[in-house]
Design a protein around this ligand. Structure first.
Ligand SMILES: N[C@@H](CCC[C@H](N)C(=O)O)C(=O)O
Length: 263
């Protein structure tokens, strides 16, 4: 099976062209290929399929084989994948996801898509909850960006013991559902510093939907205005709130292509 490894801010996935059929048992394949020692190594698997109503469909699996409805860094790479391989000549396209269709605008240089802006749609803010984890109290802002996020504001995200707290918070019974977790600080009304524990994949270098969830929570708290930059360990994303929708801009990059023996 041929595959392409791509990354957006170091949030890396294995991309498989499923336009004319797909491998069997995608959750098991995601676990096998994502393994960084015995597989290719990635935060998960993304399949590119024919559009349902849009131009293409993105189907994503986390490294543990669970399915994610949306992936902000992944969808930018899907845009680059279909454009660079000439599966489309459109620079404005619609990608169907389990969370609904998302509009993409590609910035092209030398025949390749480099930066991608995604209309991430409306974020939903649920009532905040207080909870206890590893002996500490946290105020959690629950945000839906097509997938569930638990945003916690703190003075220094770098000081958080994410590898220990992440798994506890991801499955905390006080949350609406199993969630992605972001520790966030906001400075100067636009500078968001974000560290992420991703549901199903653990600590990742970035999370596009997580950056949007942090932005929405910060905006609603009056901590930032309608434009912000989210600084994550893997790089920076541009965020803009326009008429109730969030627009996210960032890079998409191909790392390498390969072929793996199945069975
Ligand atoms: N890395 C992603 C989010 C991937 C899905 C997430 N782990 C989930 O299960 O909801 C992003 O960039 O948004």
């Amino acid at each position: 099976m041929r595959f392409t490894k791509m990354e957006g801010l170091g949030n890396d996935y294995i991309y498989v062209n499923c336009m004319e059929g797909e491998p069997e048992d995608l959750p098991t394949l995601a676990v096998r290929l994502s393994d960084r020692h015995f597989g290719v190594g990635a935060d998960g698997l993304i399949c590119i399929k024919p559009g349902r109503t849009g131009d293409f469909t993105m189907e994503m699996y986390n490294a543990d084989g669970s399915r994610g409805a949306m992936c902000g860094n992944g969808i930018r790479c899907v845009g680059k994948y279909v454009y660079d391989r000439k599966l489309t000549r459109k620079t404005c396209l619609t990608i169907d996801t389990d969370a609904g269709p998302r509009g993409l605008e590609l910035a092209v240089r030398g025949g390749k898509a480099e930066q991608v802006t995604v209309d991430m749609g409306q974020a939903i803010l649920y009532p905040e909850v207080e909870l206890e984890a590893m002996g500490e109290q946290y105020t959690v802002h629950q945000v839906g960006v097509g997938n569930p996020h638990a945003v916690i504001f703190c003075p220094d995200p770098e000081g958080v013991r994410l590898e220990e707290l992440g798994p506890v918070l991801e499955c905390h019974p006080n949350l609406r559902e199993r969630s992605n977790v972001e520790f966030v600080s906001c400075q100067d009304g636009h500078d968001l510093h974000v560290r992420v524990w991703e549901r199903g994949s653990g600590i990742t270098l970035a999370c596009g939907t997580g950056a949007c969830a942090a932005f929405e929570a910060a905006r609603r708290q009056g901590l930032c205005g309608s434009r912000a930059e989210a600084r994550l360990p893997g790089g920076t994303l541009g965020l803009e709130w326009r008429e109730g929708r969030i627009f996210m801009t960032g890079p998409a990059r191909t790392v390498f292509e390969g072929e793996i023996e199945m069975g």
